[in-house]
Design a protein around this ligand. Structure first.
Ligand code: C2E
Ligand code: MG
Ligand code: MG
Ligand code: MG
Length: 279
């Protein structure tokens, strides 16, 4: 105990620790300011129904361009938001904006939204989501929440309750980054998902035989569980051809488009529909 205390006492006066605290305070202030100034906004990456070629949804991806014009990568500022407790404020701001944007899209185009593992501990999460979609006038069936495997392991009871609440409201649930987290398969056994998103690391190399076989197994798993499969990170035509040939349902990746601002999303839908009519 004395040893632990000694360690703690040293830590308090550790100049490196103070720097860290100062750095954190600095980022927290910057992030709070950025959220309130509207510097962080959702962009939208298309999700394509591979069988029809139609756009079936957009995934909202947070983008922060600071006042000097530099963009901060989402994993960086989301981690800061999680550590500083700003994640709820950031989430509410982004989801509200995204729901308003999505309300202007055709009704068959859904909105996918990422939930941070830290948010899973918030017992009010479901009611927060429901209030936001209600205020935006977006039908619950048009929202899909993306959750990673790691978000489900900490408190399975709480997670299970949350997913049930969301399902009961008509919201869809996707398992994101499938295959990269802990105990992927036990998650599939425990929870009911509407969609599985194969992580882009499995799609990245189209000429790796072992990897292709794993993707094949994931597609077959989706079919037997009757869960739609999305492949992330499609960049090349060969990847698309392989996924298409093996019955993958939905595709996402730079081949179809990067995340774009709301002002371009509507034009993208119109273009895609026009292309479909002539095909
Ligand atoms: P994610 O949910 O798995 O999102 C997909 C990521 O893959 C996005 O990175 C997207 O830009 C990238 N991506 C899509 N297609 C391709 C492709 O063809 N090639 C490559 N190389 N990358 C592709 P992004 O936007 O940097 O986001 C990274 C992660 O940050 C997301 O991974 C998600 O976990 C998190 N994130 C982003 N926005 C939000 C948000 O609003 N809330 C929360 N909680 N997390 C978010
Ligand atoms: Mg996602
Ligand atoms: Mg993902
Ligand atoms: Mg990811």
């Amino acid at each position: 105990e004395a040893k632990a205390l000694g360690r703690n006492r040293t830590a308090v006066y550790d100049p490196a620790m103070q720097d860290k605290a100062a750095e954190r305070a600095h980022y927290e202030a910057r992030l709070r300011g950025a959220i309130r100034a509207g510097e962080i906004v959702p962009h939208y990456q298309p999700l394509i129904n591979l069988k029809t070629g139609d756009i079936c949804g957009f995934e909202a991806l947070a983008r922060w361009t600071d006042t000097s014009g530099r963009s901060v990568p989402p994993p960086v500022f989301i981690a800061i938001a999680e550590e500083t407790g700003l994640i709820t404020e950031l989430f509410e701001t982004l989801l509200s904006r995204a729901c308003h944007d999505a309300a202007s899209w055709p009704s068959e185009v859904t909105l996918s939204f990422n939930i941070s593992p830290v948010q899973m501990k918030d017992p009010l999460l479901a009611s927060r989501i429901l209030k936001i979609i209600h205020d935006a006038g977006l039908d619950a069936s048009r929202l899909e929440v993306e959750i990673t495997e790691n978000a489900l392991i900490e408190d399975p009871e709480l997670a299970s309750g949350l997913l049930k609440e969301l399902h009961a409201a008509g919201i869809q649930i996707a398992l994101d980054d499938f295959g990269t987290g802990y105990s992927s398969l036990s998650q599939l056994a425990r929870y009911r998902f509407d969609k599985i998103k194969i992580d882009k690391s499995f799609i990245a190399t189209h000429d790796d035989e072992r990897q292709d076989k794993i993707v094949l197994a994931m597609l077959s798993l989706g079919r037997s569980l009757n869960v739609a499969i999305t492949a992330e990170g499609i960049e090349q035509h060969q990847q698309l051809a392989y996924l298409l040939a093996h019955g993958c349902d939905i595709g996402q990746g730079y081949l179809f488009g990067k995340a774009m601002p709301a002002s371009q999303a509507s034009a993208y839908i119109a273009e895609r529909q026009a292309a479909g009519q002539t095909a």
